[in-house]
Design a protein around this ligand. Structure first.
Ligand code: NHX
Ligand code: ZN
Length: 659
C-alpha cells in the first residue's frame, strides 16, 4: 500500500549516455597517434646547425624545406648519401624519405648560407618555405588540466554513487525529487486509498486549500505550509500523499529524507534550496518528503559530538525555507515518518508541520476495504471470504495485506491452480507471520517430545487463563526460525490492563514451565519466549508504573542519545528486582496451573505428536469448554469448521500478543 517503490521509471534518454570511458579512450588514442605518426612514418634526425652546414657543403642535401616562422630547416638527403648521414640507424627504421632537421638562428643566416652554397655549386635542390603549425605545444599545455579534470570527474562519480539515475557530478547540489506532473499517467485518487477514513478526512482539507485558496485567504486566514503523516510502516502514507496530489490535480514532488544526505558538506542544504526553487516554479504543488526523520531528527544538544553537522545544516535550511516562502505561494509540504517523537521540535512548531495526521494500522473494517482493493486483480474462487481474511489479519498493515494477496496468488500458481482459494490465502498469512514451513527438518523423537510439551504448555495455559489470547491452533511443524508455535488471535484492543498483561506473560512462560515440569530439563528453545516476557515485564515496571515498589512512575526516555537513565542506581536495582519478581510470580503461577491440569497437558502433547497441528476444538474436547467465552470462538465457529474440511490451519500474528 505504501508504494513509494512505485516511482515513475526514468525516461530513457534518446542520446547514448555520455560515458567517461570514451573520453579516456580518446585521450589514449590521441597520445598513441602523436607518438607514432606525429611527423609521418619516416625518420627525422635532429642535427646541429654546423653539422647541417657541413652536409650541405659536402653536397649531401637534396631538397630543403624552411619553416620560416619557427626557424626550423628540414632537409632530405640524396639517396647515395643516406648512409653517411644516418650512421647509426637501421635501414628499416629510416622509412621512405628520411629527413634531417635543424634549428637556425634566423632566416637571414639561412638565406645567406644557402645563397653561398648555391653559388659554390654544393646545393642545387629546391627550397620550399612553409609555416609550421605547432599543435603539440598547445596540446601539452592543456594536457595536465585535462588529466586533472578527468580524474576529478572520475572520483566525483565514484563518491556520489554512479548508480543514482539523475545523479552525476554536476547535479550534486540539485534536488533528487521526482516530479509527477498533474494529469500524469498513474494518477492516484482517494478512491484508490482503502481504509484510512480519518486521515482521508483531514487530508481532504489540504486538497481544499490547494483547489480554492482564496476561500481561506479572503477571511485573512493563512494556508498551512505542511502536514506530517505519522504512522507505522506500510500503512499508506505515501499513497495518501499521492492521492492528495491526484485529487487536487497539482504536480507532486516526491523524495525521501535520505535523498538530502550526501557525503559532501553543504549538499543537503543546497538540495533543499533547489527543491523549494523548483516547487515554487510549479506552484501550486505538493512536496512529499518520505522518511523525514533522516534529516529531521532532533538536533544534538551538545555541539561537537560526532559529525552530524551536515544533517543539522540540512535541517536548518529546511526550516528556513519553510518559513521563507509566503503562505500563499501554494506549496504544501507533506512529510511522512513513523517516529514523530524523535523529530526536532522546531519542525513541529506552528507554521511548519503544524498538523499531524495519524495514519494507523487498519482496523477490521479497514482491512476488509484494503483486501477489496488488492483482491481486484487476483483471480479468486468463491471460497474466498474477505470477512474471514480481515479477521485473520489483526495487526497487518496495508503493505502486509498486499503481500498476503500476492503470496496467495503465488502459492496457487505453484500448485498450478486456475484460481486462488481461501486456503491459499490462509497459507499466505501463515507464511508471512511465521516464515517458510520446513517440513523436512530432521528431528529426533526426544526433540519432538520436548517441542510438543513446550507448545502444549502454552496451549493449556492460554485455555485456562481468563485474559490470555484465544488460541487458534498449535503446531509442531517448524516454520521460519521456530520449531513450533501456538497461534493466537489477539484481540484488537486499544488499552491493556495489568491482569491482561500478567496472563499473557504467564501463558508465554508456559512453554518453559511445561519443559521443567514434564521433561525434567529446560531447553534453549524458550529464547524467544523469555525475551518477550522480559521486555514486557521491564515495560510494565519502568514505563507503566505497574509494580508495588515503583508505582505510577514512568521512566520512558525518547531522547536520541539517552546516555543517562532518568533514575538513580538505587531505582535501577529496584527495577531489576521488580522485573525478576514479576516474571518469577508468573512462572510459578504457570507451573501451578500446569500441575493442576497435568493430565490434560499430557493428552494434548500426545495429540500434537500424532497430528502435528491441533485446533481449538481438540482443546475443547480435552479440557471442556473454555470458561471465558472468547471473542475468537464467536468469530471462529463457522469458519473453523469450514477450514477443517478444507485441509488444515488457521493463523494469527503470534508476536502480536505482546499487546
Ligand atoms: C534454533 N529455534 O535456532 C531453533 C531452530 C521451544 C520448540 N536453535 O517458543 O522455536 O529453538 O512456543 C541460538 C540458540 C532461536 C539461536 C538458541 C534462535 C533459540 C518457539 C528459539 C519452540 N514456541 N525457539 C516457541 C522455538 C529455536 C531460538 C536461537 C536459539 C521450541 C520455540 C527457537
Ligand atoms: Zn514457546
Amino acid at each position: 500500500m505504501n508504494d513509494n517503490r512505485n516511482r515513475k521509471p526514468q525516461k530513457p534518454s534518446m542520446m547514448p549516455r555520455f560515458n567517461l570511458n570514451w573520453l579516456f579512450l580518446g585521450i589514449t588514442l590521441i597520445l598513441i597517434g602523436l607518438w607514432f605518426f606525429g611527423d609521418g612514418s619516416s625518420m627525422s634526425q635532429k642535427i646541429s646547425w654546423t653539422k647541417f652546414q657541413e652536409y650541405v657543403e659536402k653536397g649531401y642535401v637534396k631538397d630543403i624545406k624552411s619553416y620560416y616562422n619557427v626557424n626550423i630547416i628540414e632537409a632530405t638527403v640524396k639517396n647515395e648519401h643516406i648512409k653517411d648521414v644516418f650512421t647509426n640507424v637501421q635501414n628499416m627504421q629510416l622509412g621512405k624519405s628520411p629527413v634531417i632537421n635543424t634549428k637556425v638562428g634566423s632566416q637571414d643566416i639561412f638565406n645567406e648560407f644557402i645563397k653561398e652554397q648555391q653559388e659554390a655549386g654544393n646545393f642545387n635542390g629546391g627550397i620550399e618555405y612553409d609555416a609550421k603549425e605547432d599543435y603539440s605545444g598547445v596540446f601539452w599545455s592543456f594536457f595536465p588540466f585535462l588529466l586533472i579534470f578527468a580524474l576529478w570527474i572520475f572520483f566525483m562519480r565514484r563518491m556520489s554513487g554512479s548508480t543514482g539515475g539523475g545523479g552525476g557530478v554536476f547535479n550534486v547540489g540539485k534536488s533528487r525529487a521526482q516530479l509527477f506532473e498533474k494529469g500524469g499517467t498513474n494518477k492516484v485518487t482517494f478512491k484508490d486509498v482503502a481504509g484510512l477514513e480519518g486521515a482521508k478526512q483531514e487530508v481532504e482539507e489540504i486538497v481544499e486549500f490547494l483547489k480554492a485558496p482564496q476561500k481561506y485567504t479572503q477571511l485573512g486566514g493563512k494556508i498551512p505550509k505542511g502536514a506530517l503523516l505519522v504512522g507505522p510502516p506500510g500503512t499508506g502514507k505515501t499513497l495518501l500523499a499521492k492521492a492528495v496530489a491526484g485529487e487536487a490535480n497539482v504536480p507532486f514532488f516526491s523524495l525521501s529524507g535520505s535523498d538530502f544526505v550526501e557525503m559532501f558538506v553543504g549538499v543537503g542544504a543546497s538540495r533543499v534550496r533547489d527543491l523549494f526553487k523548483q516547487a515554487k516554479e510549479k506552484a501550486p504543488c505538493i512536496v512529499f518528503i518520505d522518511e523525514i526523520d533522516a534529516v529531521g531528527r532532533a538536533r544534538g544538544k551538545n555541539a561537537g559530538f560526532g559529525g552530524n553537522d551536515e544533517r543539522e545544516n540540512t535541517l536548518n535550511q529546511l526550516l528556513t525555507e519553510m518559513d521563507g516562502f509566503g503562505s500563499n505561494s501554494g506549496v504544501i509540504i507533506l512529510a511522512a515518518t513513523n517516529r514523530a517523537d524523535i523529530l526536532d521540535k522546531a519542525l513541529l512548531r506552528a507554521g511548519r508541520f503544524d498538523r499531524q495526521i495519524y495514519v494507523d494500522l487498519p482496523d477490521l473494517n479497514e482491512r476488509k476495504a484494503i483486501f477489496g482493493v488488492h483482491l481486484r486483480p487476483i483471480k479468486i474462487d468463491k471460497t474466498v471470504d474477505i470477512d474471514l481474511l480481515a479477521r485473520q489479519t489483526p495487526g497487518f498493515s496495508g503493505a502486509d495485506i498486499a503481500n498476503v494477496c500476492n503470496e496467495a496468488a503465488l502459492i496457487a500458481a505453484r500448485h498450478s491452480k486456475k484460481s486462488v482459494s481461501k486456503q491459499d490465502f490462509l497459507d499466505a498469512v501463515d507464511r508471512i507471520v511465521g516464515g517458510l514451513e520446513k517440513k523436512t527438518k530432521i528431528m529426533t523423537k526426544e526433540e519432538k517430545q520436548t517441542i510438543a510439551i513446550h507448545e502444549a504448555g502454552h496451549a493449556t495455559l492460554s485455555w485456562m487463563l481468563e485474559h490470555a489470547n484465544p488460541l487458534i491452533k498449535v503446531t509442531i511443524v517448524p516454520r521460519g526460525n521456530a520449531l513450533g508455535a501456538a497461534w493466537y488471535l489477539p484481540e484488537e484492543r486499544q488499552i491493556t490492563t495489568k491482569s491482561q498483561m500478567q496472563d499473557l506473560m504467564c501463558a508465554t512462560l508456559g512453554g518453559r514451565a511445561a519443559e521443567e515440569l514434564f521433561v525434567g530439563d529446560i531447553s534453549s528453545g524458550a529464547l524467544n519466549d523469555l525475551e518477550r516476557v522480559t521486555k514486557q515485564a521491564y515495560g510494565m515496571i519502568a514505563y507503566l508504573g505497574m509494580s508495588d515498589r515503583l508505582p505510577n512512575l514512568c521512566y520512558y526516555n525518547n531522547e536520541e542519545y539517552a546516555f543517562t537513565k532518568p533514575y538513580s542506581d538505587d531505582t535501577a536495582r529496584t527495577i531489576d528486582d521488580e522485573v525478576k519478581k514479576l516474571v518469577n510470580e508468573q512462572y510459578e503461577r504457570a507451573k501451578r496451573i500446569l500441575s493442576e491440569y497435568a493430565e490434560g497437558h499430557r493428552q494434548l502433547a500426545d495429540l500434537l505428536i500424532e497430528k502435528e497441528v491441533i485446533f481449538s476444538e481438540d482443546l475443547e474436547r480435552i479440557f471442556g469448554k473454555r470458561k471465558w467465552g472468547s471473542r475468537a470462538e464467536e468469530i471462529m465457529t463457522d469458519d473453523n469448521k469450514a477450514q477443517k474440511t478444507d485441509t488444515e490451519e488457521e493463523p494469527k500474528k503470534e508476536d502480536n500478543d505482546k499487546e
